[in-house]
Design a protein around this ligand. Structure first.
Ligand SMILES: NC(=O)c1ccc[n+]([C@@H]2O[C@H](COP(=O)([O-])OP(=O)(O)OC[C@H]3O[C@@H](n4cnc5c(N)ncnc54)[C@H](O)[C@@H]3O)[C@@H](O)[C@H]2O)c1
Length: 322
């Protein structure tokens, strides 16, 4: 049994990671500023502790890092609405917060698994993205790049600490989705589509819908995340976590409509009308996931159809259908 700290553990990925670690027999503490909505089902578990506080509370963070054997650092400000609406928070939490976590983990010599993102590749056209490929970002006047930049700085901090002896693993997630993803209508494309879908409204595709993504069902991402904390070969490296099945946003919208039996249609809106001038979209985003398969021993198993079906069913069952 290990003692595991998950920063950001009350979020989407963190709550699923807590489930998986508890199921393995680990003891889990989570540190998160958010409410307990996504971890309420765990509150009665004697091996689970929920500390509602910020990673900026140094005393609390230090106590938890001293207690644990390994830190999964997931706490971050995530979501396009934040990148363009509150870049200060994105940079502060994702850069300065990560620095604090790493500094204290270094002091206590605890392994850190850092949650980075496919966003770090930016507009690179070298698809599929390989972990050692170049990053191609836009101007700093385009706010959307603050998230990508903040996570890349987090990665640099990881490797700076690794150089002086801290065991770190960097995971770059590619559009993970599933039950407990954000609230409907906010956050990421799937939850925005879900709200529209379940109300029978048109699904609003931003731009021409030809931009592609690779969607990764949460169970697959979590199996890889758990393995990253256990495999020695992963230490000191970067690993893409994602499915290599590429799908356009238009296809995604059509698939969600077909799977749900909804009467919704697809409509296209110009990007500028949603995000103003502070946004640039990424045309294609697909991982090379060979490291995930070879180092972590994890191959995505849930097809997009299956994963979407489960996700739609979960959101329906929540009774949060407007
Ligand atoms: N889900 C994905 O597809 C995806 C893709 C790429 C990267 N990631 C990364 O994985 C991690 C988890 O993402 P998620 O999808 O679960 O997002 P999420 O927003 O659900 O989880 C992030 C959590 O961090 C918490 N947090 C924010 N500021 C904090 C602070 N100061 N102190 C403590 N907690 C704080 C939030 O309250 C939230 O619960 C993030 O680091 C994100 O950048 C996720």
């Amino acid at each position: 049994m290990r003692r595991v700290l998950i920063t950001g553990g009350a979020g989407f990925l963190g709550s699923h990671l807590a489930d998986a670690l508890l199921a393995r027999g680990d003891e889990v503490a989570i540190l998160d500023t958010a409410g307990d909505l996504k971890v309420r089902h765990l509150l009665g578990n004697s091996r689970f502790r929920y500390v509602r506080d910020s990673i900026f509370n140094r005393e609390i963070l230090e106590g938890l890092i001293t207690w644990c054997d390994v830190v999964y650092h997931l706490a971050a400000v995530v979501g396009v609405e934040h990148y363009v609406g509150d870049p200060y928070q994105v940079l502060n939490v994702n850069v300065n917060g990560t620095q604090s976590v790493l500094t204290l983990a270094f002091k206590a010599q605890k392994k850190v698994i850092f949650s980075s993102t496919s966003e770090v590749y930016g507009k690179s056209s070298s698809v599929p993205f390989r972990e050692d490929g170049d990053r191609v970002l836009g101007s700093t006047r385009i706010d959307r790049w603050c998230y990508s930049t903040s996570k890349a700085v987090g990665e640099h901090f990881c490797f700076a600490f690794h150089k002086i002896g801290l065991p770190v693993v960097v995971l770059r997630y590619f559009n993970v989705y599933g039950p407990r993803l954000d609230r409907m209508d906010v956050g990421r494309v799937i939850t925005i589509f879900l709200g529209q879908l379940l109300r029978g409204e048109p699904l609003t595709v931003i731009g021409d819908g030809r931009q592609t993504r690779s969607f990764t069902y949460v169970d697959d991402a979590i199996r890889a995340t758990v393995a990253a904390g256990l495999k020695e070969e992963a230490v000191g490296g970067i690993i893409n976590i994602g499915s290599d099945k590429e799908v356009s946003i238009k296809e995604l919208a059509e698939l969600m409509i077909a799977l749900s039996g909804s009467t919704s249609s697809v409509t296209f809106v110009p990007q500028k009308s949603i995000y103003g001038d502070s946004y640039e979209d990424i045309p294609r985003r697909v991982p090379d996931n060979s490291r995930m398969r070879e180092i972590l021993g994890v191959t995505p198993q849930i097809s997009l159809e299956d994963g979407l079906r489960r996700t739609i069913e979960w959101f329906r069952a929540q009774g949060i259908e407007p």
